[in-house]
Design a protein around this ligand. Sequence first.
Ligand code: FES
Ligand code: FE2
Length: 432
Amino acid sequence: MNREENDLLTRTDTGTAMGALFRRYWLPALTVEELPEPDCPPVRTPLLGERLVAFRDSDGRVGLLEEACPHRQASLYFGRNEASGIRCAYHGWKFDRQGRCLDIPSEPSASGFRDAIRVKSYPTVERGGVIWAYLGAPQQQPPPPEFEWATLPTSHLFVSKRLQECNYLQVMEGGLDSSHLSFLHRGTIGSDPVIGMGGSGTDSRILKIIAGDPNPRYETAETDGGLLLGARRIADHGLYYWRVTQFLMPCFNIIAPTGDLSLNAQAWVPLDDHNCWSWAVNYHVDKPLSEAEREAMRRGGGLHVEFVPGTHQGRANRSNDYQQDRAAQGRGDSFTGIPSFAMQDTAVQESQGRIADRTLENLVSSDNGIIVTRRLLARAARSSLAGGPVPGLEPASQAVRAASIFAAEDRLGQVPRDSMQPLPRHARAWGV
Ligand code: FES
Ligand SMILES: [Fe+2]
């Protein structure tokens, strides 16, 4: 990849091609817990290089405004959230959730001056325990997100959001790269309570298959909403075992299911080009998560992490070398000695640099999923910058599931498509 292509895919400010692409979609911005009740404290919510502040007004509706007050640029974050608007701490100018100026205390209201003042605002929608934001042109606003997890009651979901101190793309590439499972997560993948593949019944069969075929074949196929990313392993009884992950535009995935474990989905949203929000979602489509499952997630199981209280920063982070335990690594307790699944990912992804320099890469065939994803993103980004169409805006293209399948066929294109295409809501997930 040359430098121009690397810049194209990693820069998301206003006016960039990827920035234009991200601004075509609803993006996860906050968990609903971050704005728990009317008139609660506002929250800084940087997205795509824009400094924004979110608040829940007296009627419980969410506003997402440019952080800088249009008077003299003080941060509205320090303002008072009161009586259906946020009042700047500096000179008391007040704005509602749509950015209209409600009051300028120093100006006689008869002057009409305040009617000409607005602060930039963006629409939001609450679904699946998440407050979503749309930062694009009003005339292009798509229907609300229809990813299956976003349509479920919150009893069926566990959602977490963490800060990663690097560009979104290298984090997303980690989420789409199943070849690292055999190394980075060795020693953790079988024992993790949320994502673990050990255990009884069909799960131990899968573990055996994965261990028995260290050279899976990777295939991809384009869909209306993104890509199918398939890993095919030789199973028993003359069958193949396919794990098929969905990549959905522009920054979402749904991971292939494993047995009766809860399903996993992820999203990666730039705060700016050097930091991203890494979202992890676990869910059952047909029943609530148990308290034991929730507790395991709160404690950093699966794709979640334990947080420094009151922050979105993992306890294991860049400043403490992700709590790597060299003795545990030496004993072979895990491949890395880094305690949790998600922090193993974070450590290697952040170690690639704030923006990974892809001009220095040497890619191999197991990187094929990443190569195809980059091509799709670059094509869509160029199209959106030129005002053209982009994939994955239609609700039907988002209402899909990932799949784990035993099949006789050896090509992804021949695997039964109905297992991956839109399925009736709340039917049992197509898993093994
Ligand atoms: S800077 Fe906000 S009211 Fe003056
Ligand atoms: Fe990983």
